[in-house]
Design a protein around this ligand. Structure first.
Ligand code: PHE
Length: 445
């Protein structure tokens, strides 16, 4: 493989993978999932899943991508052929590529909303900023045209970057934007915890309340762990194809996971003190939570509108660096399969995804009454992708590395000592694969 096809340094791979992992999942989704699922019970199970399921599955994905050096579908095909396994393992890559397309269709709608908030500057002298904020979100959600506009803009950006190619497009931009984002979100968390209700926040997030632990909460926590780490659909596998030959996978995975978890928890600490300190805002508001709360915090700040603009610019960029990794697996696969030019593949896919996204947009307004078994288009798609497709993909990845590929090959590829490896392998073989299947069967039944 030529030099130009490898990330230019080890830290660029970490930043790109962290760029994929850190996004709306941490800042937008994690807080509202915690809020809607009763707080600490969700947080504790989530953290557990991140380490016992997320870590082994992410390491497996990188290992397969690095071995194959191709799109997830073809890396899976290569590894199964080389080790005399059934070539149908490649369909795992197909499932993932599809999941990416489906997730991107609604991810882009929310990323578009985040983008539109760059231009949402509250008028001065409001008596009740929380009420203004809630009304603002409702009126945006009620307007299909405004949502379509922002969704289209976000899809255009995503397609432009992916069309330009992974190495040139992604590597460079993440290396300086991600660090700025981290610093910024930490500053907001500090500000919220000083001005808002920090005591209620800490007990809501961390004091164990196991009575709140229902099967529904466990499934959602697992789905969120997969979603937040970008695993189970090949995004990290696709990036793994470009990892430098000598980079240590174990250490790399640990850095990505810690970063991702840190940002999610910090986002919680930035949002909840505002919610608890403000009687107009409710903790279980659902997907609108951050869009209703954060502007209120910015409003009370000196030069708040500047902070607000900056924050939503950075959030949009974090969303963009995740969105490109949702599109990459399908694009890379089609590029290898059809001989079409990358830009052509991306344009066609982009139009398809944009179109599916309309369903999610209409779920807010003209289709809001359209329900099937309690799900509307958006919540159904969210459930299908996060709670079914990603865990299913993750389970198969864990089966492939834990049960089918030679153990010694895995150990050598990970390059860690025997002691750590044995713990890792035990988790991979019994806990990750087993837990996913158990929870999964339970949820489907
Ligand atoms: N992890 C991303 C986020 O938190 C979303 C994502 C999911 C990206 C799956 C790629 C694959 O925003």
């Amino acid at each position: 493989m030529s030099k130009s096809k490898i990330w230019s340094s080890n830290s660029i791979f970490i930043l790109a993978a962290a760029g994929s992992a850190v996004g709306l999942g941490n800042i937008w989704k994690f807080p509202y999932m915690v809020g809607s699922n009763g707080g600490s019970a969700f947080v504790i199970v989530y953290l557990l899943f991140i380490f016992i399921i997320g870590l082994p599955v992410m390491a497996s994905e990188i290992l397969i991508g690095k071995y194959g050096r191709k799109s997830p579908v073809n890396s899976l095909k290569k590894i199964s052929l080389d080790f005399q396994l059934n070539v149908r393992w490649k369909y795992l890559g197909v499932l993932g590529a599809l999941a990416g397309v489906l997730i991107l269709s609604y991810y882009s709608v929310f990323a578009g909303i985040a983008f539109s908030y760059i231009f949402n500057i509250f008028p001065l002298g409001l008596e009740n900023p929380s009420e203004y904020s809630t009304n603002y979100f409702s009126s945006l959600a009620a307007s299909p045209l405004r949502l379509i506009f922002w969704h289209s803009i976000f899809m255009l950006f995503t397609c432009a970057i992916v069309g330009y190619g992974v190495i040139k497009g992604i590597g460079r931009s993440v290396s300086f934007l991600m660090p700025i984002f981290f610093v910024f979100i930490i500053l907001i968390a500090i500000y919220s915890s000083i001005t808002g209700d920090m005591n209620s926040t800490l007990s809501f997030l961390f004091s164990p309340k196991f009575s709140a632990l229902t099967p529904g909460v466990i499934i959602s926590a697992m789905g969120q762990a997969f979603f937040s780490l970008s695993i189970g659909m090949g995004a990290i596998m696709a990036y793994g194809a470009y990892i430098p030959e000598n980079q240590l996978i174990g250490k790399t995975v640990l850095s990505i996971i810690l970063l991702d978890t840190f940002v999610a928890l910090i986002a919680g600490i930035a949002i909840f003190p505002i919610v608890f300190g403000n009687s107009e805002l409710v903790v279980n508001a659902g997907p609108s939570l951050i869009f209703e709360t954060l502007p209120v915090a910015f409003y009370s700040l000196p030069f708040g509108s500047i902070f607000s603009i900056l924050f939503f610019i950075l959030l949009s960029i974090a969303a963009l660096s995740s969105a490109i990794s949702l599109l990459e697996p399908f694009t890379a696969w089609m590029e290898e399969k059809t001989k079409l030019k990358r830009k052509m593949v991306v344009s066609l896919l982009g139009i398809l995804i944009w179109f599916i996204g309309l369903g999610s947009i209409f779920s807010f307004n003209i289709w809001s009454d359209l329900e099937f078994k309690g799900f509307n288009f958006l919540s159904g798609l969210d459930y299908l992708t996060n709670n079914i497709m990603l865990p299913l993909g993750g389970a198969f990845i864990a089966f492939l590395t834990g049960w089918f590929l030679p153990k010694e090959f895995i150990r050598k590829s990970l390059n860690i000592n025997y002691f750590l490896f044995n713990i890792f392998f035990f988790c991979l073989r019994y806990i990750s694969a087993g837990a996913i299947v158990l929870i999964f069967v339970y949820s489907v039944l």
